[in-house]
Design a protein around this ligand. Structure first.
Ligand code: GDP
Ligand code: MG
Length: 457
């Protein structure tokens, strides 16, 4: 368990050399520790300095000056952790920073664990668990969309949504409790039919919120994306175009690609974990057949399928197979080779794909349309101003669990189960929501959230 009575210190900037590097000290004695290692040229002491002040001076290890630094003073609760905090902005060398840190430890601080500063901020009520996870997402952001959505969550968008849902559920739970405790009296503010209505609507809202995890993943970890199509449609050419490399071998010989070739690429805001696969066709070649099977496996587990068709050739039996495989998954049809005379009837694809895009992978034309189609298909345009995006598997799992319990409660009401049983389910769902934001989280859940943080954050 974290001891917030202790004062902790860590290097807050990454390993390696940089213009500056920061050593952060936080806790009740942070400013006293800073006093012990820092000397200001006119003798000013961090502990006698108001918050939000910068002091120029040197950090010492005993009598040995280590570095010329700026000491920033924050006074709790007006700091990231909510505690008194001192930050030394040093020259950014790893050896130097480790010496400054050691001096702080000698002066009474303990080494901070992974994510300990953020965890202290959580324990001090500066942010909730969802916001803490947003801090991690913000640090890990690899593109504009991810950074924006993470920042919004950091500032409380998803937390406010969850808070509002918890309040609504509390109302229902209260009404249920009243009917259970005083069944004779007509105290209940909500009739069973209204309760049912409310629980069902809430299950739907939370389920939609859980689905934003798809978008969260598209922005952060990447969506598993299979490029499929008949041989020679131009799958590998497209892969190379998207990845800006010659990752896949391209030839005019059908059956060139056999292994699944993988590459993560960014297309606009979307991060796609692309898999270029063997062309789908019946083949007697046992090696190629393994490739075709692997292609089908990839497509079966993909979150997005890019189905490539050869626009210079008529729709074929093999194309039909591609359509079949793409069915039921988010899929974009790409009619390739737009630079050649068309002999492909696009209308056969209509109604079978989320979107249809024409492009020329060879002449590198049509990528903007593809980017737009991907963003539309993955709903990446609806990120702003919404209810917040689910970013972590923990958040997703909790929401899905909550939805299940709510649906169970609705089903229970439908088959006339006693209200006290429904009441228990309602409390359970409420617990899920409160656990999610950390209002009622167990130590194990808090541990889990901060386990993946780096030291110094
Ligand atoms: N004209 C034209 N040829 C293309 C285009 N894309 C791919 N090709 C050619 O089609 C052949 C097969 O390409 P490849 O990417 O290996 O197809 P795959 O079997 O689907 O991976 C190669 O000769 C490519 O140069 C395109 O947009 N226009
Ligand atoms: Mg290929």
């Amino acid at each position: 368990m974290l001891d917030t009575e202790q004062t902790v210190a860590a290097i807050a900037t990454p390993a390696g050399t940089g213009g500056i590097g920061v050593v952060r000290i936080s806790g009740p004695d942070a400013l006293t520790v800073a006093d012990r290692v820092f000397r200001h040229k006119n003798g000013k002491k961090p502990s006698q300095t108001p918050g939000y002040t910068a002091l120029y001076g040197h950090v010492y290890d005993g009598d040995q000056p280590l570095d010329e630094v700026i000491c920033l003073v924050f006074r709790g609760p007006a700091s990231f952790t909510g505690e008194d905090t001192a930050e030394f902005s040093c020259h950014g060398g790893s050896y130097l920073l480790s010496r400054v840190l050691r001096a702080c430890l000698k002066a009474g601080a303990k080494p901070a664990g992974p994510g300990e500063f953020t965890r202290r901020a959580f324990l001090n009520g500066k942010l909730d668990l969802v916001q803490a996870e947003a801090v991690a997402a913000l640090i890990g952001a690899r593109g504009d969309g991810a950074a924006k959505a993470a920042l919004e969550n950091r500032e409380g968008r998803l937390s406010r949504t969850l808070q509002a849902e918890a309040e609504k559920l509390t109302e229902v739970a209260g009404a249920l409790a009243a009917s259970v405790d005083f069944p004779e009296e007509d105290l209940a503010e909500l009739s069973p039919a209204e309760i049912r209505e409310r629980l069902a609507a809430q299950a739907e809202r939370l389920s939609r919120l859980a689905e934003t995890f798809d978008q969260g993943k598209a922005l952060t970890e990447g969506v598993s994306t299979a490029i499929i199509g008949r041989p020679n449609a131009g799958k590998s050419t497209l892969m190379n175009l998207l990845s800006g490399s010659n990752r896949s071998i391209v030839t005019e010989i059908a059956g060139t690609t056999r292994d699944v070739v993988e590459q993560t690429v960014r297309l606009g805001d979307a991060l796609l974990n692309l898999a270029d696969t063997a062309g789908l066709r019946r083949t007697a070649d046992p090696v190629e057949r393994l490739g075709v099977d692997a292609a089908k496996d990839r497509a079966a587990t993909a979150g997005l399928i890019l189905a490539v068709f050869d626009g210079s050739r008529p729709f074929s039996e093999e194309d039909e197979e591609v359509c079949r495989i793409a069915r039921g998954t988010h899929a974009i049809a790409i009619v390739n080779k737009a630079d050649l005379p068309a002999s492909f009837d696009r209308s056969v694809l209509e109604g079978r794909f989320d979107r249809i895009v024409s492009l020329s992978a060879k002449e590198e034309r049509g990528l903007e349309e593809l980017q737009e189609a991907v963003a539309q298909t993955l709903s990446l345009h609806q990120l702003e101003g919404g209810e917040g995006i689910v970013f972590s598997a923990r958040q997703y799992g909790a929401l899905v669990g909550g939805v299940e319990v709510l649906r169970e409660a609705v089903a229970a009401l439908d088959c006339g189960v006693t209200l006290d049983a429904v009441s228990i389910l309602c409390e359970e769902a409420l617990n899920v929501l409160l656990e999610l934001t950390g209002k009622r989280a167990s130590a194990a859940i808090v541990e889990e959230v901060f386990r993946n943080f780096c030291v110094g954050k």
